[in-house]
Design a protein around this ligand. Structure first.
Ligand SMILES: C[S@@+](CC[C@H](N)C(=O)[O-])C[C@H]1O[C@@H](n2cnc3c(N)ncnc32)[C@H](O)[C@@H]1O
Length: 316
């Protein structure tokens, strides 16, 4: 789980950078979509690798991320190689079509939160620094974390914390939240969760980590968006094109892994007949039989990479 702090303050260090660029086989002239531009680290490396005439379409749900990268990579925008759009990646098919990105060579999804977001207390992603209970990637989206903790009923809260936080004490936490609400800030919520769980008990991770993860996933509909965009990405790739996904927790990784396995399957089992099923033509070839993880050296330089898992599939 991501404790949330970049080792170097306001810089977002791209995770598994060499592995992504190599695994996606970025060549000069490539057409690329980066669904999660963030600080633009992967975007920039893929532009370099696809020089002189490769083109990249970048999306991010966070307008602040788009604005920052627009300034930093202004020369690439000016020369027509980079186009940036403020949007959720679930809108990728429409946006790709609008920008003439069809049959592309490579797509990257580097999921979750960027260091900029975590380090901005006012975005409400962190319980290490006090801020409003927000957690939206897109500040124009309707639902904030405060809406969920202050208005959902106890059962729904417990389910969310259990499912998206994989938190076994979800009922106890939901009961305490309902008893102590309303909450305005991340610190207020973190304190109540910590008390509900009987304090830190010597654990290295803060007792509210799982609850905060659950709220963030819920606020941004992260798992629904991921499940929806994966088939759309495959459909946008040219034959031989590759999709790389970096996930940071087991819920995301499971969705990516199962989906890739299903696309690569040569046989669809029949659930009603254990021995039955039909042959199918696979739509993808899995490039990473096991997910690629950060080296010890990368983890030492960038603790955020500790939980990263990179999976790559090629369109057949
Ligand atoms: C881990 S960061 C990406 C970092 C980036 N690869 C880099 O090198 O700086 C994830 C980014 O994805 C964005 N994001 C998360 N979910 C998204 C979604 N469903 N649609 C669009 N952007 C999303 C976040 O706003 C965040 O900026």
């Amino acid at each position: 789980m991501d404790s949330g702090h970049s080792s170097s303050g306001l810089v977002h260090i791209p995770v598994l950078l060499t592995e992504v660029v190599a695994g996606l086989q970025i060549r000069p002239g490539a057409r690329i979509i980066d669904g999660t531009v963030g600080g633009g680290g992967h975007t920039e490396a893929m532009l370099v690798q696809s020089a002189p005439n490769g083109r990249l379409l970048g999306l991010d749900a966070d307008l602040a991320a788009i604005d920052r990268v627009q300034k930093r990579l202004a020369p690439e925008i000016a020369n027509g190689r980079l186009q940036l759009v403020h949007a959720y990646f679930e809108q990728m098919p429409t946006i790709a079509q609008q920008h003439g990105f069809e049959a592309v060579d490579a797509i990257l999804l580097d999921l979750g939160v960027s260091s900029f977001q975590i380090d901005s207390a006012e975005r409400g992603f962190s319980f290490q620094q006090d801020g409003p209970l927000d957690m939206r990637f897109d500040l124009t989206a309707a639902t904030t974390a405060a809406d969920i903790v202050n208005h959902w009923d106890e059962q729904a809260l417990a389910d969310l914390i259990y499912e998206y936080g994989e938190e076994r004490q979800s009922r106890r936490i939901a009961r305490a939240i309902v008893r102590e609400r309303p909450f305005a800030t991340t610190a207020e919520l973190a304190n109540v969760v910590e008390r509900a769980l009987g304090g830190r008990r010597g654990s290295r991770i803060h007792p509210a980590t799982r609850t905060f993860q659950a709220l963030r996933i819920g606020v941004n509909r992260e798992l629904e968006q991921l499940a929806q965009v994966l088939p759309a990405c495959l459909a946008l790739l040219a034959v031989g094109g590759r999709l790389a996904v970096i996930s940071f927790h087991s819920l995301e990784d499971r969705i990516v892994k199962r989906w890739m396995q299903a696309e690569a399957q040569t046989f669809t089992p029949d659930p009603l007949h254990p021995m039955g099923g039909t042959e199918r033509t696979p739509t993808g070839r899995i490039i990473t039989r096991k997910p690629i993880e950060a080296s010890a050296q990368e983890v030492a330089q960038n603790p955020r990479s500790r939980s990263a898992k990179l999976r790559i599939i090629e369109r057949l």
